[in-house]
Design a protein around this ligand. Structure first.
Ligand code: CP
Length: 295
């Protein structure tokens, strides 16, 4: 795998091998020594989980890590991002991990950059978040390995979510039994490439094996897409009561960051079915597997 740009560009064999490798690393398999692959983290959008886990993953593989300080970089003097990447490559950086507001910018950079450089998409606009989809799948497989039998319900602002988009691609590759997206009409996407849509939280949650909630992406909403948050809470927040519609052994997931009391009640986020911190933990192992694979 030369780059990780999106789940759309992967096939089921690569997804399975990343999954197996991440699980093996979690169960103490030896990590590769990639000391000759310096990595630069370029985060043009805020991040806690993705940025830190790529850094920890790289360090676990002995990679030198540069956390590029965009606010104090020469992009403030007019340098374009392509030249920034070229400069980093000229200094020996081999892996660029990039998060950016612009959809498909990682794809454009991968086409233009030196053949020695590997680009990893850490989230591009409303397009894809492939490492999140991979770590989410890893978390699901650990607890519910029969993917073809599962009902996965995803609740929230689907229209603006790159997580929801990558999840559709990975669910299609893995033949997930039923993928149901639950959202108010205003936050439903124009099209889905896998799964089904409903406005009914009750219908979505009924007999679900996995319930994933998503953050309201305030920063991406257009003027016409704002919804009263109290109204949203009343209709869509995951509470212990509404969760009783799902299977008793259902797992609760959230890619984070969590807005407690908006999309999910603290009693659910911190409850025994919650896998939210397991997702974060798995992120380090999945990103190790990704960094080993992109060479
Ligand atoms: N899930 C996710 O991308 O979280 P961060 O924004 O904290 O990286």
């Amino acid at each position: 795998m030369k780059h990780l740009l999106g789940i759309k560009e992967l096939d089921a064999v690569i997804v399975d091998s990343l999954m197996q490798r991440a699980l093996a690393l979690k169960h103490k398999a030896s990590a590769q020594n990639l000391a000759s692959y310096p990595l630069a983290n370029l985060f043009y959008e805020s991040s806690t989980r993705t940025r830190v886990s790529f850094e920890l993953a790289a360090r676990a593989l002995s990679m030198p890590v540069v956390n590029f300080d965009i606010q104090h970089s020469s992009e403030n003097k007019g340098e374009c991002i392509e030249d920034t990447v070229s400069c980093l490559a000229a200094m020996g950086v081999r892996i660029i991990v990039i998060r950016h507001t612009q959809s498909e910018l990682p794809h454009a950079l991968a086409q233009k950059c030196s053949a020695k450089v590997h680009v990893v998409n850490a989230g591009d606009g409303q397009h894809e978040h492939p490492s999140q989809a991979l770590l989410d799948l890893m978390t699901i497989v650990e607890h519910k390995p029969n993917l073809q039998q599962l009902k996965i319900a995803v609740v929230g602002d689907i229209r603006h979510s790159r997580v929801a988009n990558s999840l559709q691609y990975i669910a299609a590759l893995c033949n997930v039994g039923q993928l149901v997206f639950v959202a108010p009409t205003i936050w439903q996407p124009q099209t889905l490439h896998y799964g089904e849509l409903t406005t009914s939280l009750q219908d979505g949650l009924r007999d679900a094996d996995v319930v994933m909630t998503l953050r309201v992406q305030h920063e991406r909403l257009l003027e016409s897409e704002h919804l009263d948050l109290d109204e949203y809470r009343r209709a869509y927040m995951i509470t212990p009561d509404i969760l009783s519609l799902a299977r008793p052994d259902a797992i609760i997931m959230h890619p984070g960051p969590v807005n407690r009391g908006v999309e999910i009640a603290s009693a659910v986020a911190d409850g025994p079915q919650s896998m939210i911190l397991t997702q974060v933990q798995n992120g380090v192992f999945m990103r190790m597997a990704i960094l080993e694979a992109v060479k």
